[in-house]
Design a protein around this ligand. Structure first.
Ligand SMILES: CC(=O)SCCNC(=O)CCNC(=O)[C@H](O)C(C)(C)COP(=O)(O)OP(=O)(O)OC[C@H]1O[C@@H](n2cnc3c(N)ncnc32)[C@H](O)[C@@H]1OP(=O)(O)O
Ligand SMILES: O=C([O-])CC(=O)C(=O)O
Length: 374
């Protein structure tokens, strides 16, 4: 019954102001500070877009070089954080690892006051890939990796630490695109979490830790992992169609499809789909990409549901040799920019976020003494 209320999930309600992005407005599907995401994905590196989101303008060459050099210099992890990461078991979920890593960093390098908000954000941007890969390689391969690579970009740094070798140019390029597509998305659930936390005047690490926990769920960022688990169970496009029809008959939710705001398509899909196709050819894949394309066709034909940003990210990441459980942490490495910018925006014009609830419980009643209760 609650779902039929027009306000369920706060859908359609304006919960605050932002100058950071527009989602699903007519004319363009997604813009960051006035730029179409397709334009950004075609022409920019992720670090340019991070700069745009966090500092308000696209950097010129000198500003970008300086920003990248600064981020590069902050990739190493404090010894106490490495110790914590080494104690987290191999079967932990990497989203829990990055959540703990972010929280621990907040203990070691606390944001003392809001004048440090940009500095602590840059530090997180630089070292989140190190946190993920340090834990992953220690727990899975028993090695203590060097997290101070000299790779030019955050995406290349991540792939280098993960695979133990410098990534190919194609893979670095895909990481730029992927991180750009995931960077910012208005008042999605994880960003709203960050803003609620910020509205109490809490610190940046607490806001980001809460947002990571919210992104983890399969209805939000976790959908890229869930989509991968589904498509790798299909042996061919025909097999995918048959099994999906069964899932739809059983009214199962199909991860990587649908959206709370977009009605006809997610503008990020066609971009990542194009790169997934390119990577599929590159690795000589004859199953995963055709399976994914068939899933898209079946969902549209049967339900008018379209792929969201997560669906083709699954195959794209898989073609680059990225383990499925690291998919959502990559989303974190990127969305951190949007989250932090929203925290800064909330702080700049704050009122504590505290909505009201429609009470559906018992009428007022009095306490029965404990020895008289059933
Ligand atoms: C980066 C991101 O976070 S993008 C989102 C990632 N999440 C996923 O891919 C998870 C799968 N998708 C979903 O669960 C939903 O589409 C959400 C959470 C994204 C949006 O939820 P809502 O805003 O409630 O969806 P919406 O109101 O459009 O749903 C309309 C109907 O379509 C159904 N539907 C929506 N998505 C799906 C899906 N993926 N599979 C099957 N049915 C679906 C809903 O169940 C609903 O039917 P009902 O009214 O009979 O319950
Ligand atoms: O906007 C949303 O609800 C979910 C989403 O696509 C995102 O956060 O990228």
């Amino acid at each position: 019954m609650a779902k039929s209320l027009s306000g369920a999930g706060l859908r359609g309600q304006v919960a605050g102001k932002t100058a950071l992005s527009t989602v699903g407005k007519s004319g363009s599907g997604l813009t960051y500070r006035g730029y179409d995401v397709k334009d950004l994905a075609n022409h920019c590196e992720f670090e340019e877009v991070a700069y745009l989101i966090l500092k308000g303008k696209l950097p010129n060459k000198g500003e970008l070089a300086e920003y990248k050099a600064k981020l590069k210099s902050m990739r190493d992890l404090p010894a106490a954080l490495k110790e914590v990461l080494e104690r987290i078991p191999k079967d932990a979920h990497p989203m829990d690892v990055i959540r703990t890593g972010c929280s621990m960093l907040g203990n070691l390098e606390m944001e003392n006051d809001f004048s440090e908000q940009e500095a602590v954000t840059d530090r997180m941007l630089a070292c989140f890939p190190s946190i993920i890969c340090y834990w992953y390689r220690f727990s899975h391969d028993g090695v203590r990796i060097d997290t101070t690579t000299d790779d030019d970009s955050i995406g290349a740094h991540f792939l280098h630490m993960l695979h133990g070798e410098k990534p190919r140019e194609l893979h670095e390029q895909v990481m730029h695109v992927s991180l750009i597509l995931y960077a910012e998305h208005e008042f999605n659930a994880s960003t709203f979490t960050a803003r609620v936390c910020a509205s109490t005047l809490s610190d940046m690490h607490s806001c980001i830790t809460g947002a990571i926990g919210t992104l983890r769920g399969p209805l939000h960022g976790g959908a890229n992992e869930a989509a991968m688990e589904m498509i790798e169970g299909f042996t061919s496009a025909d097999d995918a169609e048959e099994k999906m029809m069964g899932m739809l008959e059983r009214k199962e939710k199909i991860m990587g499809f649908g959206h709370a705001i977009y009605r006809e398509s997610d503008p990020r899909n066609e971009i990542i789909k194009g790169w997934s196709e390119k990577l599929s050819k590159d690795v000589g894949d004859e199953v995963l990409y055709p399976v994914s394309v068939r899933c898209e066709a079946v969902m549209w034909r049967e339900k008018k549901l379209f792929c969201n940003a997560d669906f083709f990210h699954a195959s794209a990441y898989n073609f680059m040799g990225i383990p499925t459980k690291l998919f959502t942490p990559i989303f974190v490495m990127s969305r951190l920019t949007g989250w932090a910018a929203h925290v800064m925006e909330q702080r700049a014009d704050n009122r504590i976020i505290r909505p009201s609830a429609e009470y559906t419980g018992e009428e007022l009643r009095s306490v029965t003494p404990i020895d008289q209760r059933d």
